[in-house]
Design a protein around this ligand. Structure first.
Ligand code: NAP
Length: 498
């Protein structure tokens, strides 16, 4: 029988409203109670995925028949609306059959070749990382080679059994689908749509390898930013350790190792947050400088700059994470026993020195401004973090989004610089703050942010800002870019991310 698209009459319902009435789902058993026009879907396998899929399909108004090697044992685990029977019987009537078994057991299904002939097989499998590299052929292509008379469609492998059962949520509604047969792909797409998912056409079955690699990915876009943050943390932690713990131990024989868990971590976190925030804006500055120098926006940036520009969101979120941790640690500082002893000792010193009133006006002002700038910077960073969430970002216009991310982000950088400067105050100019000849940590952190702020200020000058605006509207300096590229170069040309 040719693959007939799942009719709109049967699959027009929305996800959250089951297409069949509730009493049918709850009533005891058999397909006899399901209206005869309900579209029938088969499932091979009775494991976790098969159970969740059956629940979802029944909930979406489909008639489901499950094929198992041990139907009696499996029947109790399925919703009452699904029929559980032997494999051969299960595949006889539906035109679409989900293969919910692992690749290594595909060959055990070969006995079903005849009843499966001409039908659509939906491959939902995911390989392990080892299998993915071990096999040249994707699972779906392997299934297609075992069943040449069937049409194999790769789909649903990125959806977990849990998501299937719970219903699609905002984050993982998309179901990439690929097949060599457009009609079969269309049928499965309609099925996915009726189940409340968003089908995404990924082309021919050859794309199955790419689809199967998707669930194996572990935060691919976070690797470099996370390593960068970790690297900065280790460097600043060691630097602070040498200055705040090692130096007093070596030079004054004072044991300050107790500072490691809270104090040193808390002086390290703001350094990382601040430098990371400046690294969000540095590539934009470099890109602008490059465009000014080249006199065109049509030449691609070097790969490293392009990648850097693409990772700005992750770097910014990591900066926010470190800043939030710094705020939490700072709240905890007065809770430490060492802090209480320090306070008492200071009070005793005051009494012994016969000083009754300790009040240094400059210190009071410095601290007030320092704290206020810190709170403002964290507040602005929180706004940036929230608006980078897809659900919020999608509700903003491009202008609103770029105002928050670019203008407010830069304001956050300026506020953080104020916070750092009021923290450091005159320490950079006092010899006693140079431990082992190492300058105070805050002076090091100021380097990149100050470059970014100065460069941004420079680009605001009319001579630069006007030229930049022209370039970004497509103006080109005479001979800046030869439009005719050699063939291989033209292929690698990428779009700028600025
Ligand atoms: P599972 O719980 O181990 O179920 C696998 C099923 O395969 C068994 O229940 C068994 O059912 C059936 N089967 C058929 N022939 C078999 C044989 N020769 N030997 C052993 N079992 C055989 O696995 P699962 O988690 O449901 O996963 C099934 C497929 O879905 C896998 O390809 C997996 O990659 C894919 N998947 C799973 C998830 C998930 O969240 N679990 C998500 C995406 C994709 P009978 O005993 O009734 O025949």
């Amino acid at each position: 029988m040719p693959h007939q698209p799942v009719g709109a009459t049967k699959m027009s319902g929305e996800m959250d409203k089951p297409l069949i009435s509730h009493h049918l789902m709850e009533s005891d058993s058999s397909l006899a109670e399901i209206p005869s026009q309900a579209f029938k879907v088969g499932i091979l396998g009775s494991g976790d995925f098969a159970r969740s899929l059956a629940t979802r399909l029944v909930g979406s108004g489909f008639s489901v028949v499950v094929g198992s090697r041990h139907p009696k044992r499996a029947a109790g685990l399925f919703p009452s609306g699904a029929q559980v029977t032997f494999q051969e019987e299960a595949v006889s009537s539906p035109d679409i059959i989900f293969v919910a078994v692992f690749r290594e057991h595909y060959s055990s299904l070969c006995g079903l070749s005849d009843p499966l002939a001409g039908k659509i097989l939906v491959d939902v499998s995911n390989p392990t990382e080892q299998e993915h590299f071990q096999h040249r052929k994707s699972n779906a292509e392997y299934l297609a080679s075992l069943f040449p008379t069937c049409t194999v469609v790769k789909a649903f492998n990125v959806i977990s059994a849990w998501t299937l059962q719970a219903g699609p949520r905002d984050g993982n509604r998309q179901v990439p689908i690929c097949s060599d047969q457009p009609e079969a792909k269309h049928t499965v797409s309609e099925l996915a749509h009726a189940m409340g998912f968003t089908p995404v056409d990924m082309g021919p079955l050859a794309s199955a390898r790419e689809l199967e690699a998707m669930p194996l990915r572990l935060f691919p876009s976070w690797k470099v930013p996370a390593l960068l943050a970790l690297g900065l943390f280790v460097c600043f932690f060691l630097y602070n350790f040498v200055r705040d713990v090692l130096q007093p131990y070596v030079r004054e024989d004072k044991n300050k190792f107790y500072k490691l868990p809270v104090s040193v971590v808390n002086t390290t976190l703001p350094c990382v947050a601040y430098v990371l925030l400046s690294l969000v804006y540095l590539p934009g500055v470099l890109a602008a400088a490059l465009q000014l120098r080249r006199g065109t926006k049509y030449r691609r940036f070097p790969d490293w700059l392009d990648h850097w520009l693409q990772h700005r969101k992750q770097i910014g979120l990591l900066s926010f994470f470190c800043a939030a941790l710094h705020a939490l640690y700072s709240f905890c500082l007065p809770l430490r026993r060492s802090h209480r002893y320090d306070l008492v000792n200071l009070a005793v010193k005051q009494v012994l020195a016969n000083k009754s009133h300790l009040w240094i006006e400059e210190e009071v002002w410095r601290m007030e401004i320092y704290l206020s700038l810190g709170v403002l910077a964290l507040g602005t960073l929180s706004l940036l973090a929230v608006t980078s969430l897809p659900s919020i970002a999608n509700s903003l216009s491009w202008r609103e989004f770029s105002f928050i991310q670019s203008t407010l982000g830069f304001v956050a950088l300026v506020l953080s610089t104020g916070h750092t400067l009021t923290y450091g105050w005159t320490r950079a100019f006092e010899e006693s703050f140079y431990k082992f000849y190492l300058p105070p940590t805050f002076t090091l952190t100021l380097l990149v942010p100050c470059v970014v702020i100065l460069a941004k200020g420079l680009f605001l000058l009319p001579c630069f800002s006007r030229r930049l605006a022209q370039i970004r509207r497509g103006w080109e300096r005479e001979g800046a870019f030869q439009r005719v590229l050699p063939a291989d170069c033209a292929l690698t040309e990428k779009t700028s991310h600025v």
